[in-house]
Design a binder for this molecule. Structure first.
Ligand code: IVH
Length: 681
């Protein structure tokens, strides 16, 4: 087949763009992709290559344009089409009922009448407005002061869930102009991963997902934004031309048809009591939501009623934020003690006067490190604000200095480990003090607890580990596999039955997946996610042990600090010994390495075909290459390994020669296939 002409390329590019947009819609809006990631990537790559080869086909709305642009000096200001209002907060059912009664009074309705509401989660991110004119994204801005925001168009364009052009729904026209409003946010898991990476690269972590989302969106360099896992939910519109919504429900059902992602988790409620009930329902599910939500937003469904209700002091009379029970409380610090982690890291912990917080009684909270205590000026005896976010351990947010009596004491970091008495150490560039003694009982206990948690050994809880270490039955992790029934049964709160149950659980844990095993080793900076990545890359513990630093750094998501930490871990004789002993005790990690289903002798090789082949069509030849693990693309670049030339080749042959890419005749291509066992020819 000859080289693509400009016209052919244009048709192919149009098709690819349409196809990719269609898949974006399935993936981001409907949340149910219909092709694999690899197939999607292949479409994207082909489009990128064609756009590079035919610069005249460039289009700012192409799906390839979610990549970021050169950095800005500053953000321009943008005036919103209509003010972006704020919401009145309510904290109790009573306040919510008052809001409902007020709205009815205002509308001249009977108290017994029911107003229809739509209730949505309240997202904890950053509100934005995106203006689409004739379906094309023109400008995107932050809320700012409600009247004027910052122009963050380039940053918003890097978010893949934000369409650069609207989808045209069947039987409906694209509106002349649509100002779509929503919340840019980050999922909790993505936030944790981002922080894990930042710590590994020596950068300060973000305090919470909202700060992470806001900080990422307000980057002058959109290439940085492009690497952040930002998402969006749309929930409102500003000025619209050529489309009208009658209700919030209609709005939420229509926006997705234009390719604008809406959270399906909303409810239409026949009255305020139903709205309150939905609030309670969501509050119970709060911990299982993938994103942070601090309440619900209750909105009058009917837009005509909304217009009549209007607004008062920058907040609509038709909407209310009904917050969940706070996860913050105040209490007093009785004492500050040190906790020794398995890596020896010392964490100061506040012992508190017990206080009720989001359904739990809290008597300890972390103070992170001594620098944090000094910076916040936290003293023993202080009244403090504490917070519990998600499943994370409660932390002391800040002291309340106004409540001081003069009895409070400044706290100083001890210079010895509270458990083994070793002198604590702190590297210049770190904030954390460490106990350097690997045989410190506190460290041993923590490693065993970590190991038991990682391998999910039921019954090997905190108290039991304390006893096992204190009685000298367990001196290192591998010892748990040598425990005997009699010695266990003799321990406090144990008996024959629980001893044999525990032994069974221990025995079951001898076949962990490789990733759980790697995680269980407790290598600094290697959390569950990184352990999975390492396990997929290395088929066995032995391979990981002998991995070199540069090789580790070559793995996507493994930064220099992580690589160093892994190498350091395995170059410590005592750690290698510990792993050896685990294997000797019969622990057999199960490999999860991604083995290709069939041999892939052409893996990593890129082929381009030009001209007409005699033995097969272009599609057949490309299919063969892919079956053998290679890639086939339509344009020649420096990354191309082979250009296969048939009859009447096009300009690709010249390009290949120019770039020094290896050229194969059809015969040579067939010989190559025979050589690698690809049949045919
Ligand atoms: S509707 C005034 N819906 O809340 C009504 N806002 O205080 C327009 N927010 O900055 C907003 N989740 O970022 C609406 N489901 C939701 C929301 C939501 C979070 C934020 C929004 C805005 C603030 C208003």
């Amino acid at each position: 087949m000859p080289e693509l002409s400009l016209e052919e390329a244009r048709r192919r590019v149009d098709w690819l763009r349409k196809e990719i947009r269609r898949h974006n819609y399935y993936y981001y809006v409907l949340d149910s992709p219909i092709i694999s990631d690899a197939e999607y990537d292949a479409l994207m790559r082909e489009l990128e290559e064609l756009e590079a080869q035919f610069p005249e086909l460039a289009d700012p709305t192409s799906p390839t344009q979610h990549v970021g642009a050169p950095p800005l000096e500053e953000f321009r200001s943008v005036r919103h089409t209509l003010p972006m209002l704020s919401l009145t907060n309510a904290f109790s059912e009573e306040e919510v009922r008052e809001f409902d009664a007020r709205a009815k009074r205002f509308l001249g309705l009977e108290p017994a009448a029911e107003l229809e509401y739509v209730v949505e989660p309240k997202y904890d991110g950053l509100a934005v407005e995106l203006i689409y004119v004739d379906g094309v994204l023109q400008v995107g801005s932050t809320r700012g002061d409600g009247e004027v925001g910052e122009d963050v168009t380039l940053n918003l364009k890097t978010i893949k869930a934000i369409p650069l052009v609207l989808r045209r729904p069947e039987g409906r026209a694209i509106p002349k102009s649509l100002a779509a409003r929503g919340e840019v946010y980050m999922n909790i898991a993505d936030f944790r991963r981002l922080n894990e990476e930042r710590l590994a690269q020596g950068e300060p972590p973000f305090a919470n997902p909202r700060n992470a989302a806001a900080g990422s969106l307000r980057q002058l360099d959109s290439k940085i934004t492009a690497r952040r896992p930002l998402r969006i939910f749309f929930y409102d519109v500003g000025e619209t031309v050529g489309i009208e919504f009658r209700t919030q429900e209609e709005l939420l059902r229509t926006l997705p048809e234009f390719g604008l992602r809406v959270n399906p988790l909303f409810r239409k409620c026949a009255g305020i009591e139903e709205a309150i009930a939905f609030h309670h329902e969501l509050e119970r599910e709060r911990e299982s939501l993938p994103y942070e939500s601090d309440g619900v937003v209750i909105k009058v469904n009917d837009f005509q009623l909304r217009r009549r209700l209007g607004e008062i002091s920058r907040a609509p009379r038709w909407a209310l934020a009904y917050k969940f029970a706070p996860r913050q409380a105040t209490t007093r610090i009785r004492e500050i003690v040190l906790q020794v982690g398995r890596t020896g890291a010392i964490t100061p912990v506040a012992l508190l006067e017990p206080v009720e917080l989001a359904g739990a009684t809290i008597s300890r909270a972390t103070l992170h490190n001594q620098e944090e205590i000094a910076k916040k000026d936290i003293r023993v005896g202080d009244l403090v604000l504490i917070e519990r976010a998600g499943d994370v351990i409660p932390e002391v947010v800040k002291p309340i200095p106004e409540a001081r009596t003069g009895e409070e004491r400044k706290w100083e970091m001890p210079d010895r480990c509270p458990v083994c008495g070793s002198a604590l150490v702190k590297p210049e560039d770190e904030v954390v003090f460490r106990c350097p003694n690997i045989s410190c009982p506190a460290r041993i206990k923590e490693s065993i607890r970590h190991f038991a948690r990682a391998l999910d050994i039921e019954g090997l809880g905190e108290r039991l580990v304390d006893q096992l270490v204190e009685k000298g039955l367990v001196k290192e992790v591998a010892d748990i596999f040598r425990l005997e029934k009699e010695e266990l049964a003799a321990l406090e709160r144990m008996g024959e039955k629980s001893a044999s149950n525990l032994l069974e659980a221990i025995s079951r844990s001898k076949r962990p997946s490789l990733s759980r095993f790697i995680y269980a080793l407790g290598i600094r900076h290697v959390g569950e996610h990184l352990a999975e990545i390492l396990a997929k890359h290395y088929g066995s513990v032995a391979d990981l042990i002998s991995a070199r630093e540069d090789e580790l750094q070559g793995i996507f998501e493994v930064g220099p600090e992580v690589a160093r930490s892994i190498v350091e871990f395995f170059s410590t004789e005592k750690n290698r010994e510990a792993v050896r002993r685990l294997l000797e005790a019969g622990v057999r990690p199960v490999s999860e390495k991604l083995e290709p289903a069939r041999p892939q002798p052409l893996a990593g090789k890129r082929f381009v075909f030009t001209g007409t082949l005699r033995a097969f069509t272009r599609e057949e030849a490309e299919g063969l290459v892919r079956q053998l693990g290679g890639e086939a693309s339509s344009s020649v670049s420096r990354k191309t390994d082979y250009v296969v030339v048939g009859e009447a080749p096009g300009s690709k042959l010249a390009k290949a020669r120019e770039l020094g890419v290896k050229v194969l005749s059809e015969e040579e291509f067939k010989a190559l296939l025979r050589e690698v066992g690809g049949g045919e020819g």
